[in-house]
Design a protein around this ligand. Sequence first.
Ligand SMILES: [Zn+2]
Length: 403
Amino acid sequence: MSTVPSRVSPRAFPRVSPSRIVRAGEILDLVRRGDANTTGQLADHLGIARSTVNDRLEVLLASGMLTLDGATQAGSRGRPAATLSFNPRSGVTLAAQLGISGVRTAVTDLSGEILESRMIDIDVTSGAGPVLVLVVAEFGRMLERLELDPALVHGIGVGMPARIELATHAPGADWSSEAVEAVLTEWLPVPVFVDHDVNLLAFGELCARTDAPEVLISVKAGTVIGCGVVVNGKVVQGVSSLAGEIGHTRVGVSEEPCSCGNVGCLNAVASGAALAKRLRANGVDTPNARAVAVLARSGDVDAGHAVRMAGRDIGDVLASVVNLLNPGVISLWGYLAEAEDQLIAGIRESIARSAQAGPAGDVRIEPATMGADAGLYGAAMMVVEHALSPAAVDAYLLTLQST
Ligand SMILES: [Zn+2]
């Protein structure tokens, strides 16, 4: 990494009246989103005096969150206007993406770029307490290796599997958001944000795209299948936070039992776990979804065919989603998506066959923009969106004064 984040020296931070910090967060927000990068533009955007903007800039520059360069602006007359940039290396997030058999952990900067990541094997049946003890130990080691002060951490983002999956694989274990937050905040008193992994995939996809459409669907096609839905820049949670459970929609005429208690669910016939089981029954060595993907990628005809058929089943369910929401993009992530040609081909076939021609023609079906790191990126960006909200930045700048 070229620049390692470093906290501003408290001695260098100006002691200013809290009234001179008010709206500093809005200024940071405008610069970070590329809406303004000079004092004049900021004053115009906010409808306040340049001197007021300059007061806030003094604080933001001292905090290290903004930097100033002397580059002239094309077309400006007279004294060249210095331009402001957001400095994503002024802080970090900690991100974790929990799976049924492992958890991916990362330290990212404030643009979501991963500075270091690690995979830890876990036993999900032991519940949030024992598993997160391992996670915080890894966070601590990563911060140490990167020589980062924990005071640079703006928050922790955690992606969790769907409730049904956790209840199936870890019956009785406490995996509530409260249990997760309790362990993490006891270790480091920073804001903790917990959401379903599919929601973080969808949010990450939204953040990663400059051309994000009004409706975006992010599908996880791994050991289990699920999806996250973004409409007008917001992740749709549903009234009980259960939106996106397409894995438990019945497809075809299968009587295969599902972990949810029903039969014939998409998960029971087309998930990575289901494909691995079916191939094993035919004597193929596929202990898990990952093995199916590796085999399909290597050109194995049976594995490739199984992934393509799974794609068709997933596409049958997505055809209803396409008709209902008219999405611009369906992004794919997960082990099965790693055998992407077969999966995408199968999904496209079904959507073309089962959805209306109009919305079927509108939707682009693509691998997740951030690839394998999409879940961690989404978790990090959830922290960034909250921790760098105008109000949170104002509060953060006040805390710097007291350090
Ligand atoms: Zn089910």
